[in-house]
Design a protein around this ligand. Sequence first.
Ligand SMILES: C[S@@+](CC[C@H](N)C(=O)[O-])C[C@H]1O[C@@H](n2cnc3c(N)ncnc32)[C@H](O)[C@@H]1O
Length: 260
Amino acid sequence: MTATIDSTHAAYFAFRDRLLGELRTTMLTGEQLCEAGRLIYGRPDGLSLYGIPAPDMTAKGITLLGRTVIECSIDAYTVPVADALAHIQARAEPQGPDANNPMITDLFCGSGNFGHHLGRRLSHPVHAAELDPAVHDAARNNLDRINSPISLHLIDYRDLLGKLPARSTHDTYVVEPPWGPAFTADGLDLTRTSPPVPEILDDIRRSRDGLPCYIAIKTNDQIASNSLNRSFTGAHHLQSVTPTPTLPHGANMDFHLYRL
Ligand SMILES: C[S@@+](CC[C@H](N)C(=O)[O-])C[C@H]1O[C@@H](n2cnc3c(N)ncnc32)[C@H](O)[C@@H]1O
């Protein structure tokens, strides 16, 4: 690793600490959004949500809080996941009480960008839950700016599950809870997210009375204690999407699709 790469990564980790700390619920400036794109993804427009790259966000009225810039799943990652899921679903006949009218539920929606791309690609209605009022308000603003049909709720994910009985075996849930203490030196421990991933999956199962569904989950590129496999015991792994790393091992994002 060269001195230049080291210093770029050091700048990333320092910026990350600020975004999750003092700037956690602060609306970032256009300059800070471009800096985030450069430090996390290698160039300012690497940070792109709803099809809008960071350099254009301010002019288009897009607002992002510090925490969401670190936690979000960008266009370049979510579009391929949506494509992969569309191909998987095209090979299976939907079943269930409303088989041909499946829903997408983005349980920890943050920016809402993951649900946005799944909804567009699969042409299914999207319901989204966000518990932090500041994150919710920013997402509400952004989804309005892009005329998104996503149904966004300021609500705990469990309450949203309670409102949405299973419709179809093509129903899809996005599971991206905050990592917090789950982000360890040994990698991401999915049994320590808040709430833990196995608990979220049990909540989803309970809400569906046994009807199978699809799960899309983000991890980082270093999993601790085999916790991804352990969390999905009894589920079927379908595909993983592993974007080209832009950060040191353990700090990049991967995505996984499962049949639950
Ligand atoms: C990792 S972020 C999700 C990022 C998102 N997928 C995106 O692309 O922007 C997790 C989000 O879940 C929210 N959250 C935490 N606990 C929640 C809960 N119990 N119910 C709903 N949302 C919750 C947090 O406020 C945070 O915005």
